[in-house]
Design a protein around this ligand. Structure first.
Ligand code: S3P
Length: 179
């Protein structure tokens, strides 16, 4: 790592369905931080659902939204940020998050992810003939990016509360180490 880090935010990265939003909300409550979900910010700014952005404007337009929001996050303090699953695949996004936040990746197997996301139809990347196959493929391609997180947390066999507690603990440790 180069230079000191000033960690005043907590960023959660990881694949769809790993619990970033639920864990993030719980951690924000416990830390008395603001909670922000990049997908929600994009929907509010664009004035339409993510699935409509993908369908009408294409995935590159959505990724451009993500880059713009990530840049703005550098000005935030005391914020827990839940990111869209594909956001850290742009190394510049990950580097930017690391400049102000502890980056924690939530991890789960493709099978658990599928169990958690099936029945929800708002994720355009999984509206496919073989969603489990697509999850396997995307997760394998993204794994090297997710592994760049400061902390990797396995969410298998753990409740949202347990994962949140673990994440909060890691955040406190990182803050005292970098103070
Ligand atoms: C995406 C994940 C989604 C959302 C978009 C693309 C991805 O967010 O950003 O559908 O590329 O993995 P969640 O991870 O919150 O589902």
């Amino acid at each position: 790592m180069t230079g000191p880090r000033y960690i005043h935010n907590l960023a959660l990265i990881g694949f769809m369905g790993t619990g970033k939003s639920s864990v993030g909300r719980m951690a924000a409550d416990a830390l008395h931080f603001t909670f922000l979900d990049t997908d929600h910010v994009i929907e509010a700014r664009a004035g339409k659902a993510i699935s409509d952005i993908f369908a009408q404007d294409g995935e590159p337009a959505f990724r451009e939204w993500e880059r713009r929001i990530v840049e703005e996050l550098t000005r935030r303090e005391k914020t827990v940020i839940a990111t869209g699953g594909g956001l850290p695949t742009d190394p510049a996004n990950l580097a930017s998050l690391k400049s102000h936040a502890l980056v924690v990746c939530l991890w789960a197997s493709p099978e658990s992810i599928w169990e958690r996301v099936k029945g929800h139809d708002h994720r355009p990347l999984l509206n496919e003939q073989d969603p489990l196959g697509r999850i396997r493929e995307l997760l394998a391609a993204r794994e090297p990016h997710y592994r760049q997180a400061d902390v990797l947390v396995n969410t298998e066999m753990r409740s949202i509360r347990e994962v949140a507690q673990h994440v909060i603990h890691q955040f406190h440790m990182a803050q005292s180490a970098h103070r």
